[in-house]
Design a protein around this ligand. Structure first.
Ligand SMILES: [Zn+2]
Length: 261
């Protein structure tokens, strides 16, 4: 009899454990770091040979003003799923002599860590004139411009714009001659992108995709990019017209940390 009770208690205990694990199934899988490149990552130029790359974090043309940790070469990596979806966007643009141009795709966790160190160093304002002229550096965390994790480290997020073909001339960035990123296309850095209303990585409300202060042409250009990206499975970040994540990303909980080389 006691043995029977013990068995049923044991049964109940196992049931509670099972229910508990199904209510909280992902405590251990919410976020994990993986230090090696998975086979599912590809170089974008192997999938889209004619895509234009302007990979800012391997250069000094970014808000840190120096090449970012982890970007050892100017290769552009992302998951195969994201690359194949971008290929479909590129095929639509090509019919109109337009092309995608990528600023950033896979971003190792160590690069995000570098962003965080930079944001905490309030004395380093090397690039303020171009990238955050209206924001105090101590607001960058609070206002959400910088965070300790980025979707880019999961491999299916991409920062990009549209360029006409053949691509217009684009000057080399000169850190001594910074221009406010929210100024008109004539006054800010002369990116060869169609006019999206701000430069890339501009910490300013004009970067919000649906900002109402933009010209009709700038709004139409953003709508073209977002409409095509959404058509092939990406979703935009409302605060950044250039930032898109694949909805069905293959590694939704894994943050990769390996050098791009
Ligand atoms: Zn981004």
């Amino acid at each position: 009899m006691i043995e029977k009770y013990l068995k049923s208690y044991l049964f109940l205990f196992v049931q509670i454990l099972l229910i508990g694990s199904s209510i909280f199934p992902s405590c251990s899988s919410i976020s994990q770091t993986n230090f090696s490149a998975p086979n599912e990552f590809v170089e974008i130029t192997n999938v889209i040979p004619d895509i234009i790359l302007d990979l800012r974090y391997s250069t000094n043309h970014n808000f840190l003003g120096v090449p970012v940790d982890g970007y050892e070469t100017d290769k552009c990596l992302m998951t195969k799923e994201a690359a194949e979806a971008l290929l479909k966007v590129q095929e639509e643009l090509k019919k109109f002599s337009l092309s995608l141009k990528i600023y950033d795709a896979f971003r190792p966790q160590r690069a995000v860590d570098h962003f965080v160190r930079w944001a905490k160093d309030l004395n380093d304002t090397l690039t303020k004139k171009e990238f955050y002229p209206t924001v105090n550096k101590d607001r960058l965390f609070i206002d959400g411009y910088i965070a300790e994790k980025s979707g880019h480290s999961r491999g299916s997020t991409v920062d990009l714009t549209i360029v006409s073909i053949p691509p217009p001339f684009q000057p080399k960035f000169d850190i001594e001659k910074q221009c406010k990123c929210y100024e008109s296309a004539e006054k800010r850095f002369k990116d060869n992108s169609i006019d999206m209303g701000t430069g890339f990585d501009c910490f300013h409300p004009l970067s919000h995709t649906e900002n109402k202060e933009l010209s009709a042409q700038q709004r139409a250009n953003r709508m073209l990019l977002r409409t095509l990206m959404e058509k092939y499975g990406f979703r935009n970040l409302a605060e950044e017209w250039w930032h898109f994540t694949l909805r069905n990303e293959p590694f939704p909980n894994t943050y990769f940390d390996f050098e791009i080389r």
